[in-house]
Ligand binder design. Structure first.
Ligand code: TEU
Ligand code: CA
Length: 559
């Protein structure tokens, strides 16, 4: 397996709007990030992934770009950005940018031109179709509720938008569009960035003809994923992108891929494929979604988590590369979702971090995860900001859904704003995020949960130690993964093996005190060492049989 810097790195994701505000307008910005670089260096992360900072009307908080080569006014200037890159590099960290090239904003000049006339040179940069019987061209549903088509009066046609109507999809069949995007990507790489996170990049190739999706339940609109997820020309486009752009630089690329399978991921990340370095898969993020999708919440099970994570670890071993994440700006906070955000918040935050960081792949830490930030439970829908949530609520209200309490509970558990409340730096007003009026309310628990407190308490330093261990032990990066105790209902345990060395990773996922029994075939070790634990451990070399504390995590090195 080839050694690569991006395999040995830990990435920290910043959602700039909520990270740190430097000028008191209540919105995070680039200078705010600059003021926290030493904090990130102290944590020990190698790469910073910036969620979009390009010019945008912020219909989807920057994932709707109106100028790919300018900085969003609220975030600062291009000079601020260049200073940030310089300061990141001076601290021997790297910076990757979030690239949204499945769609642009409807305020991008290309779309403004495209909608002016059917014979406009930019018309085919986007996907326009005639209506059908006075309605949309097909029955696809948008990821943000409603139809995936919007009728445009000027030319009497519909345009496709898999997300909001202010996010028209690009027509990747058009080589001029692809060329224009590759030129823009090259422009950013020539400024010295170290790679890209590519937004819903496996949606860019659509099935010709854009056929209706099967609609057995006779719904008004249905998700048409089978006609644009991992579409017919996706590998051709990514190999062209690699040849035209990526191949010229020593960079890291990670593709966000809802609906990607392990088989597809081997094609996307195989070193001989010349496409991407790694992907964000979503199978572990859908374990608590019922048949009705994300808002149809159901309990996740440890058995399913073991099945999914083990499948991804084994499928990509020596054939591709995994990203490792439990949080990002679209997902609820892991300590509320998979741990305990009350009595055992710190212990479960550290247990989940151990579970993730000891696996094979590149770990991603999302802002606030390193201090155990939790979901928020705003009582009023007025406090929510995310277009995905607000569109869903509007749709439920229009459908006269009675039980709005159930809708609010689903938002509390799965809403994206859970990840978008301001980072809680300290216990002063607005948690030290801003001196102004924040764009979204701060989680009321900020006096308890904040960086200042965490710098006194171990969550931050536990993450710091996990990151250091990845540097000290090759086995954590390159060792092979094997699940053990696969049928245990409370303990997730696995080994990593490299040569004659083994790590045994033991995680109790519940508020319980199960007994861990080391499998017989692992007892033939000569030396044992406790590598990390989230509780004080009295008998450091006792691994054969032990009673675990609630959410206890331990990692042993056996030789
Ligand atoms: O998200 C893609 C995506 O699939 C989201 O719909 C995500 O799965 C969902 O929000 C989970 O609730 C990317 C970006 O990460 C997201 O922030 C953007 O809203 C979306 O694309 C459109 O750019
Ligand atoms: Ca600001």
């Amino acid at each position: 397996m080839e050694r690569k810097w991006w395999k040995e790195s830990v990435v920290y994701q910043i959602y700039p709007r909520s990270f740190m505000d430097s000028n008191g307008d209540g919105i995070g910005d680039l200078r705010g990030i600059l003021s926290k670089l030493d904090y990130l260096k102290e944590l020990g992360v190698d790469v910073i992934w910036l969620s979009p900072v390009y010019q945008s009307p912020n219909d989807d908080n920057g994932y709707d770009i109106s100028d790919y080569q300018a900085i969003m006014d609220e975030f600062g200037t291009m000079q601020d950005w260049e200073r940030l890159l310089e300061e990141v590099h001076r601290r021997e960290m790297k910076l990757i940018m979030d690239l949204v090239i499945n769609h642009s904003s409807d305020e991008h000049p290309w779309f403004m031109e495209s909608r002016r006339s059917k014979d406009n040179p930019y018309r085919d940069f986007y996907i326009w179709r005639q209506g059908r019987n006075g309605a949309e061209p097909n029955n696809w549903e948008s990821c943000f509720s409603g139809s995936a088509w919007h009728f445009d009066e000027a030319t009497g046609e519909y345009y496709l938008h898999l997300f909001s109507k202010k996010q028209p999809d690009f027509n990747w069949e058009n080589p001029d569009l692809r060329r224009a995007l590759y030129d823009m990507m090259t422009w950013w790489l020539d400024k010295g960035i170290d790679g890209f996170r590519l937004d819903v990049i496996n949606f860019i190739s659509k099935e010709p003809g854009l056929p209706d999706a099967p609609n057995r339940e006779g719904k008004k609109y249905v998700f048409g994923g089978q006609y644009f997820i991992n579409g017919p020309r996706i590998h051709e486009f990514l190999q062209e992108m690699h040849k035209e752009v990526f191949s010229k630089y020593d960079i890291m690329t990670v593709g966000e891929m809802p609906g990607v399978t392990t088989e597809e991921a081997i094609l996307y990340t195989g070193e001989d494929r010349h496409e991407l370095n790694m992907v964000f898969q979503f199978e572990h993020m859908d374990l608590d979604s019922g048949p009705g999708g994300k808002w149809d919440v159901k309990p996740w099970t440890l058995k399913d988590l073991k099945t999914v994570m083990t499948r991804w670890q084994k499928a990509l071993e020596n054939r591709g590369w995994n990203s490792l994440y439990l949080n990002n700006h679209d997902q609820p906070r892991m300590v509320s979702r998979f741990g305990d955000d009350t009595a055992y918040r710190e212990e479960s935050a550290k247990m989940l971090a151990t579970f993730l960081h000891m696996m094979q792949g590149t770990p991603f830490i999302y802002q606030g995860e390193e201090i155990g930030m939790t979901n928020v439970r705003f009582s009023s829908i007025e406090d929510y900001r995310d277009i995905e949530t607000l569109n869903m609520v509007r749709e439920k209200v229009m459908e006269n859904v009675e039980d709005m309490g159930k809708v609010m509970r689903a938002i509390h558990m799965k809403g994206r704003d859970n990840a978008r409340t301001p980072v809680q730096w300290d216990d002063t007003k607005h948690a030290g995020f801003t001196t102004g009026t924040r764009w979204i309310s701060v989680n009321p628990n900020y006096k308890e949960v904040n960086v200042k407190k965490a710098l006194l308490n171990p969550v931050f330093y536990y993450y710091k130690k996990l990151i250091q261990l990845r540097k000290q032990h090759e086995i954590i990066v390159y060792g092979s993964y094997d699940l053990i105790l696969e049928n245990h209902e409370q303990i997730y345990a696995y080994t990593r093996t490299l040569g004659n060395e083994k790590f045994v990773v033991i995680c109790n996922f519940f508020n319980s005190t199960p007994c861990f029994e080391l499998p017989a075939y692992l007892k033939s070790y000569k030396e044992i060492e406790l590598v990390i634990a989230n509780y004080e451990v009295d008998s450091a070399n006792e691994i054969e049989s032990m009673v675990l504390k609630p959410f206890e995590a331990r990692v042993y090195r056996l030789v």
